[in-house]
Design a protein around this ligand. Structure first.
Ligand SMILES: C[S@@+](CC[C@H](N)C(=O)[O-])C[C@H]1O[C@@H](n2cnc3c(N)ncnc32)[C@H](O)[C@@H]1O
Length: 370
């Protein structure tokens, strides 16, 4: 299994949302995940503590543009949906790539909105490429003022396992104010999925601190890796074949109030195995028939998967159906998105709440000698 040759190093800087640079160093077979929690708060986006970690930085946009699975799917969907009768609003336009796709597909008008000052650069790129019918607005969902409704809203708002970027609610607010009756949303539907991780190398990695490395007993923190999410790029052999669909959001009809905060589904394991973690990812139907996924069996994307470790190994068996639950927790501890997750076969249940763990870690410690 590829995981045997893979060391995952995570540098977690505690800002508000996660962005990941995923580099594979081929000759020594190491995959490095550098996770950067960046500000999603508007004030910080204007004046980020470190601009390399915000959407002001070209590096962030370059990674997204280099994700061809994502970007090609959006281009295909926009080409299939947008006609010259349509006006299009691109919410969170970044470099303006989706706005330019819409203009190229023939939209009569395109409105590009982003709260990042990077939008000035997006306007420059559009002009450089001769797109004159795109209007750029440096706004967020609350400050945006338009005097017209649009026929299509396109947005690439999805975070890791769907929920890391906290853009869903702002998007729904914009949809409710500005999408014409019978207007079109791209994506049209998004879904969350989970898999059962059976790769023993992963267990070795999670157990590192429990094994007294350097002859030091790390007991006070040895349990922590089993209670924290991580970003991983799993290969198909790391999970059991059977996976669970945990729910879908219809982007036309979902409201802020009924946006689920708990995703549950069942899996009949395809074989007997010991599993060490769950993993979660999303798939997206941008428009009819234009679909992409971000799971271990899909073409790799910059979203990778989120790993939800289990406090102890869990034996699964085809005769026992499992119920899996994954919940993005709305309250944020410090500035980090937390999750809770569980697995049960009816007899045994393992539940993990990352927030409880974070609360212990983020205790206020007075300055000076302890
Ligand atoms: C994932 S990026 C997508 C960028 C671009 N659409 C693309 O596909 O490459 C999300 C963008 O949404 C913007 N954004 C996030 N929350 C926003 C909000 N509430 N209002 C306006 N823009 C927002 C960010 O600044 C960022 O440029």
């Amino acid at each position: 299994m590829e995981y045997a040759h893979t060391a995952v190093l995570s540098y977690q800087l505690f800002f508000e949302a996660l962005f990941c640079y995923h580099a594979h160093i081929a000759n020594i077979g190491i995959t490095v995940n550098i996770e950067i929690y960046m500000s999603t708060d508007n004030e910080k986006e204007q004046n980020p503590p470190n601009y390399r970690m915000s959407y002001r930085d070209v590096a962030m946009h370059k990674v997204m543009l280099q994700d061809v699975v994502r970007t090609d799917a959006y281009e295909k969907s926009i080409n299939e949906v947008v006609t010259p009768e349509h006006s299009v609003l691109d919410f969170g336009c970044g470099t303006g790539i989706l706005s330019m796709f819409a203009a190229r597909a023939g939209a009569n008008k395109v409105i590009a909105v982003d709260r990042s000052p990077f939008i000035k650069t997006a306007k420059e790129i559009a002009h450089k490429n001769g797109f004159e019918n795109i209007d750029f607005y440096h706004d967020d969902d609350q400050s945006l003022q338009l005097d017209e409704k649009v026929d299509v809203i396109v947005s690439e708002w999805m975070g890791h396992c769907l929920f890391y970027e906290a853009m869903l609610e702002p998007l729904l607010a914009v949809r409710d104010r500005y999408l014409a009756t019978d207007g079109i949303m791209i994506p049209a539907e998004v879904s969350i999925h989970a898999g059962l991780v059976c790769d023993e190398d992963l267990l070795d990695d999670l157990s590192f601190l429990s094994e007294q490395p350097y002859d030091i007993d790390f007991e006070p923190i040895a349990h922590v890796p089993f209670q924290q999410t991580d970003l991983v790029a799993l290969d198909p052999e790391s999970i059991l074949k059977s996976t669970a669909h945990l729910g879908s959001l219809n982007m036309h009809t979902i409201t802020k109030a009924d946006s689920p905060r708990e995703f549950t589904g069942t899996i009949k394991p395809n074989k007997k195995a010991e599993i060490f973690a769950l993993c979660g990812w999303f798939s997206s139907e941008l428009s009819k028939g234009v679909v992409f996924g971000t799971g271990p069996n899909d073409m790799p994307t910059h979203w990778d998967q989120i790993l939800f470790p289990l406090a102890e190994p869990f034996m699964v068996d085809p005769s026992r159906e499992l119920t899996i639950t994954i919940s993005p927790l709305t309250e944020q501890v410090g500035k980090e998105q937390c999750w809770s997750w569980s697995i049960t076969d009816g007899e045994k249940t393992i539940r993990v709440n990352e927030q409880e763990q974070q609360q212990r870690v983020l205790l206020d410690v007075p300055q000076g000698k302890l």
